[in-house]
Design a protein around this ligand. Structure first.
Ligand SMILES: NC(=O)c1ccc[n+]([C@@H]2O[C@H](COP(=O)([O-])OP(=O)(O)OC[C@H]3O[C@@H](n4cnc5c(N)ncnc54)[C@H](OP(=O)(O)O)[C@@H]3O)[C@@H](O)[C@H]2O)c1
Length: 332
């Protein structure tokens, strides 16, 4: 193998993302200088935040540069090492982006993982960034107490499915919101939520009221829009809302909020957060999540696209809700 493939941002989208916003390129595999290592990426992570990175506007992160490799998390194996701390065969999680190969000096957050008890791709999902995101928003912001009702949107997804299972372990009544009957069935039957509301069924307010007879104490927000309004209207006094994501607006749609008065009348605490800005949470969260995956008490689902050329379509599908659980691209 002398060349590898990567996907670069070809143009910035206005509104919905389309295949022409990406370009597949073939490049020579670089030589490995002293103090560096070469990684063969086995899985790429596709995440909603990548949509925001494709825009050129003020946000919590730098915009993705045109003509550069799409940003993103990866897991793979070291295939050549001239670095004292890594050897050939090590499994490493890195941020090499949408490409088959990664060259590293060992910095930039690259870390070796133990893939003997947890499949390597789980370190991009349930036992990786999305899992830690769930852990931070739930434990640090919602801080649920046994007997409380916790609601999470995008409940069948990488983050939402973990939020619900962790909240269940705290002794809460846990209600998911997801798109479609099949996703809702998975949320209840496989992830063990007490109920799940299908927001696409056209009865959002009534179904949420039926699923939350004692109101809502904690809300883990992943989507915004109509779901946020329906939840705000059912919040209990001194409820907490962790604002993790607003995917309903990622294609630049404005997200009006009609029930904001609930913040005052119910004395709500609302806090947004970015998981990379909570470094002290990562070690305890990763340890707890990996242990629960290994002992089978934390369930997860994956949707896996095959081959790097499939990444743009898989990413567009993620933004349309076509994934169930963590969206990955396998590079084998
Ligand atoms: N703050 C942080 O540090 C941080 C870190 C990681 C992730 N996040 C956020 O967490 C959220 C979940 O991320 P994830 O990686 O777990 O993705 P995911 O839930 O696995 O996939 C995204 C899901 O969002 C739902 N969705 C898409 N468009 C929607 C729309 N217009 N209205 C309502 N729901 C829509 C879809 O589920 P349905 O079919 O059920 O609608 C889709 O499957 C995202 O908002 C993401 O940006 C934040």
């Amino acid at each position: 193998m002398t060349t590898y493939r990567r996907i670069v941002l070809a143009a910035r989208p206005e509104g919905a993302v389309k295949p022409e916003h990406f370009r597949l390129e073939e490049r020579p595999i670089p030589a490995v200088p002293d103090g560096h290592l070469l990684v063969r990426n086995r899985f790429m992570s596709l995440d909603p935040y990548m949509r925001g990175a494709m825009n050129d506007r003020k946000s919590y992160r730098q915009p993705q540069a045109i003509g550069e490799t799409m940003v993103g998390g990866t897991v793979g194996e070291v295939i050549e090492s001239r670095h004292p701390k890594f050897k050939v065969g090590d499994v490493v999680v890195g941020g090499f982006g949408w490409q088959e190969i990664g060259l590293s000096d060992g910095g930039g957050g690259l870390r070796r993982v133990d893939a003997s008890r947890v499949p390597m791709q789980a370190f991009l999902g349930v036992a990786g960034m999305p899992g830690v995101t769930a852990w931070v928003g739930l434990n640090r912001i919602i801080a649920p107490k046994a007997g409380e009702t916790v609601v999470v949107s995008a409940a069948s997804g990488a983050v939402g499915s973990v939020v619900g299972q962790l909240a269940k372990a705290h002794g809460c009544r846990v209600v998911g919101v997801a798109g479609g009957a099949a996703k809702c069935a998975t949320v209840v039957d496989e992830f063990g939520f007490d109920a799940c509301v299908d927001y696409k069924a056209g009865r959002l307010e009534a179904d949420l009221a039926a699923a939350t007879p004692d109101g809502i104490d904690g809300y883990f927000e992943n989507v915004g829009g109509a779901v946020l309004d329906a939840v705000l209207a059912r919040m209990n006094a001194f409820g907490r809302i962790a604002v993790c994501g607003l995917i309903a607006g990622y294609n630049d749609e404005p997200i009006p909020v009609h029930q904001f008065r609930s913040v005052l009348t119910n004395r709500l605490k609302i806090q947004g957060f970015i998981v990379s800005e909570v470094p002290d949470a990562w070690p305890p969260a990763l340890a707890e999540l990996a242990a629960k995956v290994a002992d089978g008490s934390l369930k997860y689902k994956e949707t896996v696209a095959r081959g790097i050329a499939s990444a743009p379509a898989a990413f567009i599908g993620l933004l349309r809700g076509e994934n169930l659980g963590k969206q990955l691209v396998s590079l084998d």
